[in-house]
Design a protein around this ligand. Sequence first.
Ligand code: FAD
Ligand code: NA7
Length: 539
Amino acid sequence: MTSRTTPQIVDAVVIGAGFGGIYAVHKLHNELGLTTVGFDKADGPGGTWYWNRYPGALSDTESHVYRFSFDEDLLQDGTWEHTYITQPEILDYLEGVVDRFDLRRHFRFGTEVTSAVYLDDQALWEVTTDTGAVYRATYVINAVGLLSAINFPDLPGLDTFEGETIHTAAWPEGKDLAGRRVGVIGTGSTGQQVVTALAPEVEHLTVFVRTPQYSVPVGKRPVTAEQIDAVKADYDRIWSQVKKSSVAFGFEESTVPAMSVSEQERRRVFEEAWQHGGGFRFMFATFGDIATDEEANEAAASFIRAKIAEVIEDPETARTLTPTGLFARRPLCDDGYHRVFNRPNVDAVGIKENPIREVTANGVVTEDGVLHELDVLVFATGFDAVDGNYRRMEIRGRGGLNINDHWGGQPTSYLGISTANFPNWFMVLGPNGPFTNLPPSIETQVEWISDTIAYAERTGLRAIEPTPEAEAEWTDTCTEIANMTVFTKVDSWIFGANIPGKKPSVLFYLGGLGNYRAVLADVTADGYRGFESADTIAA
Ligand code: FAD
Ligand code: NA7
């Protein structure tokens, strides 16, 4: 393929300016000295936290471990006000990191990468943007986000709606819905946050509930300067624990089987976790088998259902909002979500048994014929997770192979980082990467990618890519681990089961960050086991 615009030659292209892209540009430019250009279609850095400006947007990872760990001074200079940090605080933090490491000048914001095509004869990637710019680079690092490609369901009649429609992941800065009649579709993590925040602001809130979810209190509390100092003094131990742990959320995971203790003891442990707060903590710090054993899972699930029943006053509303079956989606936590349904201005409409029939000029009509009149319809309907953003670009590897053809219905990778026939093309949080608190996993992958690139540069490797066999083996490993859990038994974005027409498949390595880091270290120590020994550039 030849390009019409004269290509600019760089060593590396980084796509995305969230945690992953920011760190990748820092590593490649500031540490390896490679000419590096980063792109983001957003007008600034932040990724997730640039886009998700909806009221109530909050990290559900505790503040002190929802950040980079790679720089001691950055850690010691960091601060936070509550046990959890809000979207504006995270955005501020990431902008600060970009400026601190002088990275802004390497990024082209407001620029979407439309294609990345491997030029076999030159062993270079040709990357094209929507501004018409063309770059050629030895390496491409995709940090395009795993929860970033928006899922915007096309409801019948949506184009006739005369009010406003807003997706939570494209929330206009400062958009205020005070005094409006608002509908929210979606009650996942995002839906719960936006509903809780909007309820006291808006004139009326109608929440369309398809699948109610298990959720525990987040436990957002103010922190004192002394508490922050204590964390900072202990950061070496904290990060070491995070990186050896499974879900990397900064707490010790339990190994005690739930059914090995008395019912009274189980209730005490659940109650303690409920009072402390945190979704992952409730699932993984209470007992060691809630995610793997159905009886243990039901014990946790019934505890949460009883709590919901205690809070919601109206029995029909409680029924609409009470989950059934396994507690097997990404564990959620909230800041008083169920309580808002006791407000006179908030209604829950169960759309499993009474689906949305259509959207009309004035609102949403359900199958029972009721028109729910609305000025604004908010979509908290989530994302085409993991591979969504890859499939939105034209990506061609060796011999013009399109990533969509390579992946077919199931996106795969070796180590969540690379894929066969796509040389020198790396992914941060690609398919079958770790399922954890994400910044430590992102750091792990970016560090491994950057070490691998340093190795390639040092040894004169022209290209590095995994073998199809290594990729197939990694897929099998991830599938085997996933099948040991209850997560596979429930539809959710973790398996791509939230997008109509998308084939559900394993998208994560559920073996934990500690084990994942050990695998990466082992692969490197074993001479990049599973990678093609690419030819050396002729001297
Ligand atoms: P992102 O932050 O998603 O950044 C990817 C960037 O790539 C985006 O800015 C996008 O515009 C850009 N991009 C994609 N394609 C292109 C293209 N073709 N051209 C140009 N630019 C492109 N994780 C946790 O661990 N804990 C949490 O509490 C948590 N809370 C979350 C809450 C919300 C509302 C959401 C949506 C996600 C949350 N996550 C959480 C996941 C979160 O996405 C990660 O923690 C992390 O921010 C991901 O960083 P990233 O750099 O990999 O991707
Ligand atoms: P989720 O968890 O995918 O939740 C999306 C919600 O939207 C969920 O309640 C869906 O119901 C609902 N949904 C999606 N499509 C429709 C249609 N067509 N009609 C009605 N309801 C629909 O996304 P979130 O943004 O909340 O969270 C994703 C992750 O990002 C989260 O874990 C955090 O890490 C941040 P369903 O359950 O499919 O019945």
